[in-house]
Design a protein around this ligand. Structure first.
Ligand code: RIB
Length: 309
């Protein structure tokens, strides 16, 4: 099994499932709630571990009643937690999520908490993980300086870098040439290019802008519409799998976790995207984020028995 290094956030997700999102000033009755492990980093680490990777995770949680539950969940999925730090002063990051029962759509408010306190020294202490990694996957829920350090350390050891730019944040221009795979969704692609991305032709235009910045492979995820890949070899729309979404929260995370595993296994990028799309398709059929990530056996079965739309 290949070594996947995930650097990123851990949150406690508090989710309300509701038939209707409230308007400003309105109160609506929801159907149910759940409290579970989330954070884009934690979700991606879990997705990669369940999809067949050997995963090390660099993250930071609080010294509170949630940390045991979070660490236990990582350990159950076989994730190496040697560098999941525990803050003495700050609470675990949290996310307040609303999921629409009819459409599966979500809205999220995040509080960074301990995620924002991961230090340069703590990142440096985890350098051993970079040396061993076959691929490194990072998002933007940590401080941007930490993300930059992680990307540069990965490059020092020739480790391919996937940056999932979620949530979109300004990056320094010199970082783009270090990124092997950049995986924005449509709104993140719009953030980095300055124009809206709603269809294939927008996606191709956005990919061109991003490739010009020095990124090697641009994969724009487009939800129900599939995804778009452009690099020096391919310029291609990849259709999605047809599933009934009950909760789309963490769909991007499952995609990135699956992608990391397939790329680390040296799959061709189109095959890797198909594996990632299957991982995402399965994750949206279940409620929750980390807990909804599918296992390798489920992904393999799904790929054998389903076809792209
Ligand atoms: O991508 C979904 C994740 O975003 C949630 O788990 C939440 O914690 C936020 O980080």
């Amino acid at each position: 099994m290949k070594n996947i290094l995930v650097v990123g956030s851990s949150n406690l997700d508090i989710t309300a499932y509701t038939p209707k999102f409230p308007q400003n000033g309105e109160t609506v009755s929801g159907r149910s709630m759940s409290i579970s492990v989330g954070g884009k980093g934690a979700n991606q680490a879990t997705a990669a571990a369940r999809a067949g990777g050997t995963v090390a995770f660099i993250s930071k949680i609080g010294n509170d009643s949630m940390s045991d539950m979070i660490l236990k969940s990582f350990k159950n999925d076989g994730i190496n937690t040697d560098f999941v730090y525990i803050s003495k002063t700050c609470e675990t990051g949290s996310a307040f999520i609303e999921v629409n029962d009819i459409t599966g759509d979500n809205r999220i408010v995040c509080i960074a908490g301990a995620n924002a306190t991961l230090t340069k020294e703590e990142m440096q202490a985890a350098e051993v993980c970079f040396k061993k990694a076959d691929i490194m996957l990072v998002q933007l829920e940590l401080e941007t300086d930490r993300v930059t350090e992680a990307i540069k350390t990965a490059k020092k050891y020739n480790v391919p870098v996937i940056l999932n730019p979620a949530p979109a944040k300004k990056l320094s221009n010199d970082i783009y040439s270090y990124i092997d795979y950049f995986t924005p969704n449509e709104s993140e692609a719009a953030f980095y290019t300055g124009f809206s991305v709603n269809n294939d032709s927008d996606a191709e235009k956005a990919a061109d802008v991003l490739l010009k910045k020095g990124i090697k492979n641009v994969i724009i995820t487009m939800g129900k519409k599939g995804c778009f890949i452009k690099n020096s070899k391919y310029c291609k729309k990849i259709m999605p799998f047809n599933v009934k979404a009950v909760d789309t929260t963490g769909a991007g995370d499952s995609f990135n976790g699956g992608l990391a595993v397939a790329l680390a296994n040296n799959e061709d990028i189109l095959t890797a995207i198909e594996f990632a799309s299957a991982t995402a398709a399965l994750s949206v059929t279940k409620e929750g984020t980390s807990k909804a990530m599918p296992f390798k056996s489920e992904i393999d079965y799904f790929l054998k028995n389903s076809s792209l739309i």
